[in-house]
Design a protein around this ligand. Structure first.
Ligand code: PRP
Ligand code: URA
Length: 686
């Protein structure tokens, strides 16, 4: 098995529904709570610091994180190992809503966010999730995350006590500095679990320094009971809901939904499951939304999926929902431990300032990472306009009020930036992609003609566009496997050569596919059987051919089938008919779908010689998953980096085996250097 496959499959110690033995189960759950703890308790502390009054409490926050996690587990039918913690995105908006509308503004706002999630979950259930990528591309999400972090920068400086014009308390500065240094060192030097909890360690370290310098007053801890009921808030009982102010928080849901999708994609890749498909984005959004609604209802902060959770699962290889559920229960119990929560509340401001100094910048840098990882093209003026308008509105203190007095609605800062970013991105016209280099691919000009060598059948143009995602990047994708074999390179040379005729082309495609099939089945499980050789009896392995189905994407995929059936002659065969509609941006059009009736019980090997934009592969995999197929492998002869990115993002659980990863797509979405139009070359239709 290749190294990458081993890493992916060496996989989980405990899968979703595995119950670890009791002592380990408890330890794992405690570890999980601690990984989330630092960030979760910071949210109420920082909201209160921003608002200048107690809006949120630590006990209620812990209880809401725990209840939220349990709600999420129920909504996803225990199909995803996520722990929900309190969201940083809402620190400034909730504080601002409190200032404008008191508890009614803050908590109603959080409930409204939950309701938005639930509505979006319903829409996803009805019409699918593709529209979300259109509404929330990285160029909107990146700046939004940056605004969340940078918008809080002045509060970090204030907590340290070094805001311009303040009298400096040097003890406080030393505590902040110690906290900062400890956190930074843990981030850089720590290994294993410690690396996941730098903020928690920083807070503990800074707290000890603060105690030594006499900055901590333990009276509240001495006065607190061992157990105490958290101060829950209830609409109509402890405050009057304020929908006008609440609506001003609502646009932030845009950002946290994108965070939700990103976290589930990353977690899915780590545990080898496509969580956006099963349990499905509709269910995960419903879980997150309902959890946030209930948090608002009880007087807690909005919940969100935590990146820390992904790290813990990745590090421990424990994806058991029994563990995340128990961690949720532990969080609820912690919320009722009076002495413990009182101790947490004694953390002095400079300690928080020390972590915030890193944390807020950290959030902002994450926004930058979204832009960089998605290779957002800032040669495009449209992207510059979207990002810069958002940054200026979000950080410049903008506020837009509609209506007057009690019936007014004010969108400010982050909310305004989110709305404007989405609208600008949707409605600002696309400009032509700048051509940054012109390379004449002479040999590609008539490549689409296959055996026809009269040199005049150029379908692929020779005007090259900017390369957004390179072959090197594609090779680093965890679920992409290039054959890397000298004989395959040799065979591909034959296929690529425009002089190769139809007969030889067909034969070589099949030959290459035999080898690729071997590679794709390196993890095949064998049944033990006893046989007798001419010499002796022996126990050996036998493949259960009934576990497999081959599904070629018509037409060109049919050309691969002969190779695969040489390897597993008894595999069942399905067909998916698709062609790229050149008049409609090369979008795939499905014209036929027929698969074996028991396909959901089989490992499906999906076949298409060319993976170009990835559109056909994504749709074909969607269709198979709709039919309940759980294990899919995709085989292609040549793949473009752009298409590999698209398919692995849409279906991180599907491994892709390709003969070669080529350089890029040309402006007609043909693979360069490629081999031309595979269908035409197999069937001699050009
Ligand atoms: C080709 C190829 C793939 C598809 C790949 O098919 O065989 O199915 O294009 O392109 P994509 O990754 O951009 O979706 P085509 O539409 O030419 O149909 P054919 O197989 O009938 O020739
Ligand atoms: N389909 C093909 O057959 N060839 C390409 O290069 C791209 C899509």
């Amino acid at each position: 098995m290749s190294e990458k496959a081993t890493t992916q499959n060496a996989a989980l110690k405990y899968d979703l529904h595995d119950k670890p033995p009791v002592p380990q189960w408890i330890v794992l759950a405690i570890q999980h709570v601690f990984a989330m703890f630092g960030a979760t308790i910071l949210v109420p502390i920082l909201v209160n610091a921003q608002a200048g009054e107690e809006v949120l409490t630590i006990p209620v926050t812990l209880v809401c994180a725990g209840i939220g996690t349990l709600i999420y587990i129920v909504c996803t039918k225990a199909g995803s190992p996520v722990f929900l913690g309190s969201s940083f995105a809402f620190i400034a908006p909730v504080a601002a809503a409190y200032t404008r509308g008191g508890k009614g503004g803050a908590f109603t706002g959080i409930m409204v966010v939950g309701i938005i999630y639930i509505i979006v979950a319903l829409i996803v259930k009805l019409v699918g999730k593709r529209w979300i990528d259109r509404v929330l591309p990285p160029v909107v999400i990146g700046p939004m995350i940056m605004i969340i972090g940078l918008g809080l920068a002045s509060s970090a400086v204030g907590q340290i006590g070094i805001a311009s014009g303040t009298d400096i308390d040097w003890k406080g500065v030393i505590v902040a500095l110690a906290t900062f240094v400890i956190t930074a060192l843990v981030m850089v030097l720590a290994k294993g679990f410690l690396k996941i909890i730098p903020f928690l360690i920083g807070i503990i370290g800074g707290y000890i320094v603060a105690v030594l310098l006499g900055l901590v007053d333990f009276t509240p801890v001495l006065e607190a009971g061992f157990f105490s009921i958290p101060h829950f808030q209830f609409p109509g009982v402890t405050y009057t809901p304020n929908l006008g102010v609440a609506l001003t928080i609502a646009p932030i849901a845009i950002v946290t939904m994108a965070e939700h999708i990103g976290d589930h994609t990353a977690l899915g890749a780590i545990i080898g499951k496509d969580l956006l498909h099963k349990p499905g984005l509709d269910r995960t959004l419903l879980g997150d939304g309902l959890a946030t609604f209930v948090a608002g209802l009880l007087g807690g902060p909005a919940n969100t999926t935590y990146g820390e959770n992904t790290s813990v699962v990745g590090m421990t290889r424990v994806a058991s929902v029994w563990v995340t559920g128990t961690a949720g229960i532990f969080a609820i119990i912690l919320g009722f431990l009076g002495k413990f929560t009182a101790l947490v509340q004694t953390i002095p401001n400079p300690v928080l300032g020390g972590v915030s100094l890193l944390l807020y910048g950290f959030i902002a840098v994450n926004g930058l990472k979204v832009l960089i990882q998605n290779q957002t093209n800032f040669n495009k003026n449209k992207n510059i306009i979207v990002a810069s308008t958002m940054l200026v509105l979000g950080l410049g203190g903008a506020a837009l009020t509609f209506g007057t007095g009690n019936v007014s609605l004010t969108f400010s800062g982050m909310s305004l930036a989110a709305i404007v970013g989405v609208v600008l991105n949707l409605f600002l016209p696309e400009e032509r992609e700048p051509i940054i280099e012109e390379i004449g691919y002479e040999e590609e000009e008539d490549a689409q003609g296959g055996a026809d060598d009269d040199g005049d059948s150029a379908e692929g143009g020779d005007e090259e566009v900017e390369i957004p995602f390179t072959a090197g990047d594609a090779r680093d994708l965890p679920n992409v496997f290039e054959m890397n074999h000298p004989i395959i390179t040799h065979k591909l040379r034959v296929l690529r050569d425009k002089k190769t005729g139809t007969k030889e082309f067909r034969e070589v495609v099949e030959e290459v596919c035999v080898y690729m099939c071997y590679r794709a089945l390196e993890d095949a499980e064998l049944n033990e059987v006893e046989i007798e050789t001419p010499i002796t009896k022996m126990v050996t392995g036998e493949l259960d051919e009934n576990r497999y189905a081959f599904v070629p994407i018509l037409r060109a995929g049919m050309g691969m089938l002969g190779g695969l059936t040489q390897v597993i002659p008894n595999a069942k065969i399905g067909h998916i008919g698709m062609y790229r509609d050149e008049k409609n941006g090369n979008k795939p059009v499905n014209y036929f779908f027929k698969v074996p009736s028991d396909i959901e019980h089989r490992t499906v090997i999906l076949l298409d010689p060319m993976l170009a934009t990835g559109g056909s592969a994504v749709d074909a995999i969607d269709m198979l998953k709709e039919k309940g197929v759980k294990s899919i492998k995709f085989l292609c002869v040549i793949a473009a980096p752009e298409g590999l990115k698209v398919v692995t993002e849409a279906h991180p659980d599907v491994p892709i085996y390709c003969g070669a990863i080529d350089d890029h797509l040309n402006e007609k979405a043909y693979i360069v250097p490629g081999l031309g139009d595979a269908g035409d070359r197999i069937y001699g239709t050009k």
